[in-house]
Design a protein around this ligand. Structure first.
Ligand code: GDP
Length: 199
């Protein structure tokens, strides 16, 4: 219909440990760029983007909020979660602790967000452990010199965890852009299918 730019506005939030790349994912989604040295004191707080979901014949306006540094103090207020229909739980594939901590971020979401919120587990920074031919190295490997780093969480382990917890899962890179739109699109598709089914 003429004049309609979007059918739904979807509130998304991003959680996870400090430095896993939450702001970078948001900047990549909304601005198609990557900042190698973002100023941690100026966290991106909010970004918005139109996303087309052809299977559902819908365009959604995604409004995404970032913790903007408050995660370091565990000071995320309840209002952050209010109204969210999508949640990215982000860890860094080269930082095992950030993956282990997903459990407590998930507990936070379950305590504060709507029970029907769609959650996607995002293993970020896969570019750091890609093989030189560009294929992703999915197994843990010894530390490699230069910019490459050892992967500390295998895809299989993360996928298993996601399945057990009922989360969607994707590995991504805010740096290369790999799978960033996919993370949001897969979530939006899941949300719209819930809407269609009246969940
Ligand atoms: P946040 O604290 O979770 O919001 O993390 P930031 O977005 O501030 O990123 C922390 C650091 O990781 C910054 O130096 C980013 O440039 C870097 N970073 C973020 N995403 C990626 C990525 O996908 N690949 C690489 N190599 N570095 C990343």
């Amino acid at each position: 219909m003429a004049g309609i730019q979007w059918h739904y506005v979807l509130k998304f939030i991003i959680t996870g440990d400090a430095s896993v790349g939450k702001s970078s994912l948001l900047v990549r989604l909304t601005d198609q760029r990557f900042l190698a040295n973002p100023d941690p004191t100026i966290g991106v707080e909010f970004g918005s983007k139109l996303i087309n979901i052809p299977e559902e014949e819908k365009v959604v306006k995604l409004q995404c909020w970032d913790t903007a540094g408050t995660e370091s103090f565990r000071a995320i207020g309840r209002s952050y979660y209010r109204g969210a229909v999508g949640c990215l739980l982000v860890y860094d594939v080269t930082n095992r602790k950030s993956f282990v901590n997903i459990k407590s971020w998930l507990a936070d979401v379950r305590e504060n967000a709507d029970p029907h919120v769609t959650c996607i587990l995002v293993g970020n920074k896969v570019d750091l452990c890609s093989d030189s031919d560009g294929t992703s190295n999915t197994a843990t490997s010894p530390i490699v010199a230069g910019f490459r780093r050892a992967r500390e969480v295998t895809s299989e382990e993360a996928e298993r965890f996601a399945k057990e917890e009922g989360l969607l899962f994707v590995e991504a890179s805010a740096k290369s852009g790999q799978n960033v739109e996919k993370a949001f699109e897969d979530s939006a598709r899941d949300i719209l299918s819930k809407v269609r089914r009246g969940v």
